[in-house]
Design a protein. Structure first.
Length: 273
């Protein structure tokens, strides 16, 4: 899991796991809930208690499914545990499980912040990233995608560097798997150009006699331009070069721009291979 760290997952488990139970669900109710949420009846699948089955699923599932299930469980908690969320004074001291309600309030605040971060910021990129991992079936590229998505908020400078590396890795993979020679001296822009030409989706492959030719060429040209622009951003602000002590990296929004753009490009390109 990368979009949500292990520590953050622990906060969700601390909030939802009530002495081996998961909130107020019976086993059957929890299986129905998880089946509707992520398509898996987790207790039936893992043949363990609700709490252990949830922990096992969160370890095994994709980032997108982890976020989906945790988000749905948090919505359920908000609907049914308002007294715990809003408890104050003596009311916040304990609950039927012997845990101070104020502890659960702390977990809840942390979990709500995490869900807002990943759902409002990274979910579309995460979904695309999971599709890319399935497409390339490469441990190296999968690791690059996970690090890049994680670093958007944790380390924007690193994310910008990984965005460029992702484009390079995807293009090299496509070309090499199809027996094409790849020069070690090619820039990322040249790599993308060679890949798009091989896949016959470059501007040179657009039928100039069609009414939409100009528009299609412009879009393809912009896609190709993404590679060079991200490379320039990486060279100036990314993780690939040493910086002086006065160096200040770009912000999270710049990292998201680089990451989102790279994912758009590499989602389109392999779809034609």
């Amino acid at each position: 899991m990368s979009a949500i760290s292990k520590i953050e997952v622990g906060a969700f488990l601390g909030l939802f796991n009530r002495g081996g139970y998961v909130l107020d669900f019976s086993t059957n109710e929890f299986d129905v809930f998880t089946l509707n949420s992520v398509g898996v009846a987790v207790c039936e699948h893992y043949e363990m208690s609700k709490g252990k089955s949830l922990s096992a699923y969160l370890y095994d599932a994709s980032d997108a499914d982890v976020i989906k299930l945790l988000g749905d469980l948090l919505e359920h908690y908000e609907l049914h545990y308002q007294e715990e969320i809003n408890a104050t004074g003596d009311d916040a001291r304990t609950n039927p499980y012997g845990t101070p309600k104020v502890v659960y309030q702390g977990y809840y605040q942390k979990c709500r912040a995490v869900i807002e971060r990943v759902k409002n910021v990274t979910s579309p990129v995460i979904v695309s990233g999971e599709l890319l991992k399935e497409k390339f079936s490469s441990e190296y590229i999968s690791a690059q995608i996970d690090i890049m998505i994680k670093m958007q908020t944790d380390n924007p400078t690193e994310a910008i560097g990984k965005a460029k590396e992702l484009i390079e890795s995807c293009c090299r993979t496509i070309l090499e798997e199809n027996g094409k020679t790849v020069s070690k001296d090619w820039s990322v822009s040249q790599l993308v150009k060679a890949t798009m030409t091989f896949l016959e989706v470059s501007t040179d492959n657009v039928d100039a006699t069609t009414s939409e030719a100009t528009t299609v060429k412009a879009i393809l040209g912009n896609l190709h331009g993404i590679a060079g622009n991200i490379a320039e951003l990486r060279n100036a602000y990314g993780s690939g070069h040493g910086k002086s002590a006065k160096y200040k990296g770009l912000t999270v929004r710049h990292a998201k721009l680089a990451v989102g753009s790279s994912v758009t490009l590499v989602t389109y390109i392999p779809g034609n291979s």
